[in-house]
Write a protein that binds this ligand. Structure first.
Ligand SMILES: *Cc1c(COP(=O)(O)O)cnc(C)c1O
Length: 419
C-alpha cells in the first residue's frame, strides 16, 4: 500500500497533486511520500514482532537522502552503510553510531579507521585480509572492532544476475566452506571482537526459498562455531526482499518473510539483524517527468520524456520495469515506446507498452522509483542532477536541490599547459 493515489482524476502524493510539484519544482523530479516511508518501516518491523531480539539497519544505498535517513532514524532504524560517505550521511541524519553496520568488500584502511573513530556498531568482514587489517588498525588506535563475518552461502537468489550476491562466484563474503576456520582465526585477533555472522544473497528477491536455504545454512554454521566454543550472539540476515513493480503483482511480503525467518531462527538464541532497503523505499517514491514530444516509430510511437537513464538507470542496467502513468489520465490508452533524450539506445524505459495516452507537455510518473533511483543518478550528457522532494500531508519540501550542469562545469579546470 502506498499514498500515491488518483483523486478526482489526478494523481496525488498524499494530499498534494503531483502536477503541482512538477510545475513548481520542474521535471524530472523524484517525489517521496513520508506516510508511505513510515508505513513501510512500520510494516517491516511489525512483521518481525515474533522475534525476541532484532536490530534493523536500513540499507542506505537504496535511498541515501538525508531527509529519508532522518525519517527512518526516527522510526528506530539504524543504518547499513557501504562507504565512509554513507556513514557520514547516517551520522549527519542523527542515526547513532552504535546502530550502524559497515558492509562491503572494498572498505579502505582510511574508511575502517574513520568508522572505528566514529564508534560504529558492527563491521561485516568480507575477507581474511580485511579482518587482519582491521585488527591492526584497531590495535593501533587502542580499541577493538565489533565484527561479524559475512559468509557467501552459495545459494542462487533467483534474481537479476547484476544484483545476485550469494553465489560462490560472486565477490561477496568468505566461502561457506572456509568460514568456520576464518571465524576461528578472527576470534584470536586482539583487535577484533567477533560476535556473529552475516549473509545477504541479493536484491529484489521474489521467492523466499533461496533465503530460507541460506538462513538454514547460516544456522548450521552458527551451531558449529558455538560447539567449538566461539561466541555468536548476532546473526545478520541482510536485506533483499523484493517489491511489486507492476500494478497488481503479488509477491511474498514482509509478513511471509517474517514468518519464514521466525520459523528458521526459532532456536537460535541470538539477536537477528536485518538490512532492508528496497522494501522500505521502493514504493515510497515516484519519478515525475514531462513529455517533450511524441515521435513516429516503426512499431509504435516514441514518447520522448525529459527523464532519462541518468536520472533512473534501472531499466538500462537491470532491464527493470517501472509502471508509467499520466498524472491526469484521460482514460484513453496508447501503445508506446517510452524513451529519454540521451544519445544511447539503452535510454529506454519501455517498449511496446500500453500506457495512458499522453502528448507533448503532459506530465507522467514512473512508479516504484524510491529505491536505487536518485541514488544512482548522474550527469551523463551534461544533464542536471535530478532533485528530490518529500511530501507530508498537504505540504512538500525540496529535500535535494537540482544541481545544474553549470555547477558541475565550475568544478572542472583547463590546465595552463593547454591554454
Ligand atoms: C544492497 C544491500 C542491502 C539492501 O538490499 P535491498 O534489496 O535494497 O533490501 C542489504 N545489505 C547489503 C549488504 C547490501 O549490499
Amino acid at each position: 500500500m502506498d499514498h500515491f493515489q488518483l483523486r478526482n482524476g489526478e494523481l496525488y502524493a498524499e494530499d498534494v497533486p503531483l502536477a503541482r510539484i512538477a510545475q513548481e519544482v520542474g521535471t524530472p523530479v523524484y517525489v517521496y511520500s513520508r506516510a508511505t516511508l513510515e508505513r513501510h518501516a512500520r510494516v517491516f518491523r511489525e512483521a518481525l514482532a515474533q522475534l525476541p531480539s532484532i536490530h534493523l539497519a536500513f540499507a542506505v544505498k537504496s535511498n541515501p537522502n538525508l531527509a529519508v535517513l532522518r525519517l527512518l532514524g526516527a522510526q528506530g532504524y539504524g543504518a547499513d552503510v557501504v562507504s565512509e560517505g554513507e556513514m557520514r550521511r547516517a551520522l549527519a541524519a542523527g542515526i547513532p553510531a552504535q546502530d550502524i553496520v559497515f558492509s562491503g568488500v572494498g572498505k579502505t584502511g582510511k574508511e575502517l579507521a574513520a568508522a572505528l573513530e566514529a564508534g560504529i556498531g558492527q563491521f561485516n568482514l568480507e575477507s581474511e585480509a580485511e579482518g587482519r587489517e582491521l585488527s591492526q588498525i584497531a590495535l593501533s588506535m587502542g580499541t577493538r572492532a565489533v565484527c561479524a563475518l559475512r559468509v557467501n552461502p552459495n545459494v542462487d537468489a533467483k534474481t537479476h544476475a547484476k544484483i545476485s550476491t550469494g553465489k560462490a562466484e560472486n565477490k561477496f563474503g568468505v566461502s561457506y566452506d572456509r568460514a568456520a576456520a576464518i571465524y576461528a582465526e578472527f576470534s584470536g585477533l586482539e583487535g577484533l571482537n567477533m560476535r556473529g555472522l552475516a549473509v545477504h544473497i541479493g536484491s529484489q528477491i521474489t521467492d523466499l526459498e533461496p533465503s530460507r536455504l541460506a538462513f538454514m545454512k547460516m544456522g548450521e554454521l552458527m551451531r558449529d562455531l558455538r560447539a567449538q566454543g566461539f561466541t555468536v550472539t548476532h546473526m545478520d540476515l541482510g536485506g533483499g526482499l523484493g517489491v511489486p513493480y507492476k500494478a497488481g503483482e503479488q509477491l511474498p511480503g514482509p509478513d511471509e518473510y517474517g514468518a519464514m525467518v521466525s520459523a528458521v531462527t526459532a532456536d537460535w538464541d541470538a539477536t537477528i539483524m536485518f538490512e532492508p532497503g528496497r522494501v522500505i523505499t521502493g514504493n515510497s517514491g515516484v519519478l515525475l517527468t514531462q513529455v517533450i514530444r511524441v515521435k513516429e516509430g516503426v512499431t509504435a510511437p516514441f514518447v520522448v520524456v525529459d527523464a532519462a537513464m541518468n536520472d533512473l538507470v534501472r531499466p538500462a542496467m537491470y532491464e527493470a520495469w517501472h509502471d508509467f502513468v499520466a498524472l491526469k489520465p484521460s482514460g484513453e490508452t496508447m501503445t508506446a515506446n517510452i524513451v529519454g533524450p540521451i544519445c544511447e539506445t539503452g535510454d529506454t524505459f519501455a517498449m511496446g507498452r500500453i500506457i495512458d495516452k499522453v502528448e507533448a507537455g503532459d506530465f507522467g510518473a514512473f512508479r516504484t522509483a524510491g529505491a536505487y533511483g536518485a541514488t544512482m543518478a548522474n550527469t551523463y550528457n551534461s544533464r542536471a542532477l535530478v532533485p528530490e522532494v518529500m511530501v507530508d500531508g498537504e505540504k512538500y519540501a525540496v529535500v535535494a536541490e537540482r544541481i545544474e550542469p553549470e555547477a558541475i562545469l565550475a568544478a572542472e579546470r583547463v590546465p595552463d599547459w593547454l591554454t
